[in-house]
Design a protein around this ligand. Structure first.
Ligand code: FAD
Ligand code: NAI
Length: 475
């Protein structure tokens, strides 16, 4: 007889593994099926995020930032470096080690929470007595049955038509994280989150980087004032970003990649590079899930159709993370995983989509939560804005990192915080205060009246909140 579980999670990325842990904490008998393979063909829990996403990209961003500081930043502090050199092999090996520590951490957590871990591809067989029959195709093949199924199968990189990923010349996020030698010339298509983060890594390590973006505006989803400030900084660093382009034929050969493109003025151009990273968004992944077997409904984008509570069209089948609507972010997937496990237990799990923070880990970093100024204008909402530049912050000066600002948007009448936008040093950490404030429906004045440590970057947050009422103290 097939093994029976209260909950089977398919996908061991941040959505799936967190859902499995929360379900186990709530007393359920839980299995998690994940097919990711490490270099040796063994399991590597953590999905895109751990293996080829959040974690390795941040490891390389950190290493490349150290390299850039040593080469260009230390001299200002009176530290002279000579004989600086790059061991890219060691840098990549360190990144792989960081990934492995995270894989191992999840394996440990599964053991601690008594979660049955299956390595292989999970697919629907049929609705069965007591739930759904799921085939696990790994080294061996077996069938297990789950009363509740949580689908967390993530997403894959979108390829450009006519330019499939070969991970040698034309790279997805996977290949982009393991280029064995710094390319002399690198192109990225798409100046979204991956384009900017991976473009930054390879530029800092010495590549000449060009980013080709179809849209005429830079980072359209980001508050315009913040996006402009970030663009200025990237231009100064020498990250060449071409907006409003049309990409034409792409030829890949022994010498690299040749990209035909048209610039915003309509002029035909050709860009010859050693490597091309295509970062034009991601597609939900339902490959191999066999949704037809049980009549699981997908939407027109191929995402699994869910309601506001992550319920699919099938009873007791739930879906979370990148494979459903909403932002493709690890913490969004995690929150949905927790909420679904709690709903299965009859509790009232909840995800507040209005307070999901975004962070782009470039230098300067970009972070935001809530609505942008352009969104509030489009809505016709009366608002007040307050900004404070890092240039006027003592800690930022001491760090030698004064680019950027913090910006608050608050309701004109109630002063409730509607959005907080940041570009500057360590704003990936500073944004949390804004998330907490918005979650508690704080007013800008609430933040302005809270004591912030001196000297700290967080004082820029307080000052931007004060600026909403036009009473900054240090600017
Ligand atoms: P995934 O992490 O994609 O995991 C899905 C898992 O399911 C995979 O292991 C897959 O192998 C497995 N699977 C799929 N189908 C099956 C099947 N049928 N059977 C068994 N297993 C299956 N987000 C952030 O919040 N912060 C960041 O800094 C960040 N950086 C990123 C950098 C890059 C380069 C990329 C590509 C993404 C980044 N993201 C970041 C996005 C983040 O990685 C995703 O939002 C997140 O991984 C989604 O989690 P998930 O659990 O839905 O899916
Ligand atoms: P993205 O959606 O962030 O950016 C894609 C960009 O490509 C857009 O600006 C789009 O206009 C452009 N584009 C699309 N088609 C094009 C074409 N044919 N020619 C030129 N430009 C084109 O997607 P990206 O960067 O691939 O990342 C995917 C997702 O992964 C992100 O949306 C995000 O959810 C997640 N991610 C999150 C990170 C973070 O939180 N720090 C880091 C990296 C990825």
């Amino acid at each position: 007889m097939s093994k029976q579980f209260d909950v089977i999670v398919i996908g061991g990325g941040p959505g799936g593994y967190i859902a499995a842990i929360r379900a186990a904490q709530l007393g359920f008998n839980v299995a998690c099926i994940d097919e990711w393979k490490n270099a040796k063909g063994g399991p590597a829990l953590g999905g895109t995020c751990t293996n080829v996403g959040c974690i390795p990209s941040k490891a390389l961003l950190q290493s490349s930032e150290h390299f850039e500081h040593a080469g260009h930043g230390f001299a200002d502090h009176g530290i002279n470096v000579s004989g600086l050199s790059l061991d890219i092999g060691k840098m990549l090996a360190r990144k792989d080690q960081v990934v492995k520590q995270n894989n191992d951490g999840i394996t440990y957590l599964f053991k601690k929470n008594k979660i049955a871990s299956f390595h292989g591809r999970g697919s629907f067989v049929k609705a069965a007595e007591g739930g759904y029959e799921i085939k696990v195709a790994g080294a061996a093949e077996e069938t297990i049955v789950g009363k509740h199924i949580i689908l967390a199968t993530g997403s894959n990189a979108r390829a450009l038509p006519g330019a499939p990923f070969d991970e040698e010349n034309i790279l997805s996020n996977d290949g982009a994280l393991r280029v064995g030698a710094v390319p002399k010339k690198l192109a990225l298509i798409g100046s979204g989150v991956i384009g900017l983060e991976m473009g930054s890594v390879w530029r800092r390590l010495g590549a000449e980087v060009t980013v080709l973006e179809a849209l005429p505006t830079f980072l359209g989803a980001v508050d315009e004032q913040i996006a402009k400030e970030a663009k200025k900084a990237f231009d100064k660093q020498g990250l060449k970003i071409e907006l409003g382009v049309k990409v034409g034929e792409i030829k890949s050969g022994k010498k690299g990649v040749s990209i035909a493109w048209t610039n915003a003025k309509g002029e035909a151009q050709v860009l010859d590079v050693d490597k091309l990273i295509v970062s034009i968004g991601r597609v939900p992944n339902t490959i191999g899930l066999n949704p037809e077997a049980v009549g699981l409904a997908l939407d027109e984008r191929g995402a699994i159709n869910v309601d506001g509570e992550c319920k699919t069209n099938l009873p007791n089948v739930w879906a979370i993370g990148d494979v459903v609507r909403g932002p493709m972010l690890a913490h969004k997937a995690e929150e949905e995983g927790v909420a679904v496990a709690e709903r299965i237990a009859g509790q009232h799990g909840h995800v507040n989509f209005n307070t999901i923070p975004w962070v782009i880990y470039t230098h300067p970093e970009i972070a935001w939560v809530g609505q942008t100024e352009q969104q509030l204008k489009a809505e016709g909402r009366a608002y007040k804005a307050g900004t404070f530049p890092f240039l006027a912050n003592g800690r930022a000066r001491a760090l030698g990192d004064t680019t950027g600002m913090v910006k608050f948007l608050a309701d004109a009448t109630t002063d409730e915080i509607l959005g907080v936008h940041m570009v500057g040093p360590q704003v990936s950490e500073l944004i949390s205060e804004a998330v907490v404030a918005m979650e508690f429906k704080a007013s800008a004045e609430d933040i302005a009246r809270i004591c912030h440590a001196h000297p700290s970057l967080s004082e820029a947050t307080k000052e931007a909140a004060l600026a909403v009422d036009k009473r900054t103290l240090n600017f």
